[in-house]
Design a protein around this ligand. Structure first.
Ligand SMILES: [Zn+2]
Length: 76
């Protein structure tokens, strides 16, 4: 698969730490499956992973915690 950023054919399956800032705090999701460019480090998530992240962010927003850290592979 080609990288959208640097056009190199160097996208490999990897995992990434997803970081998001919400109105009421921060969310860190570890071990999120992604495609990563070995050339420039660009990270791409699949649609299903993005939907999953969305759900996790919504759940995190409901928790009255300033910093929310969770592991993608352990998320219920
Ligand atoms: Zn790249």
């Amino acid at each position: 698969m080609k990288c959208l950023l640097c056009k190199a054919d160097s996208m490999v399956a990897s995992t990434n730490t997803y970081f998001a800032q919400l109105p009421n705090g921060y969310v860190i999701i570890e071990n999120v499956p992604c495609l990563k460019c070995t050339q420039c480090g660009e990270v791409v998530y699949s649609t299903s992973v993005m939907e999953r992240i969305d759900e996790i962010l919504k759940a995190a927003q409901a928790v009255a915690s300033k910093i929310f850290i969770m592991n993608y592979t352990e998320a219920a």
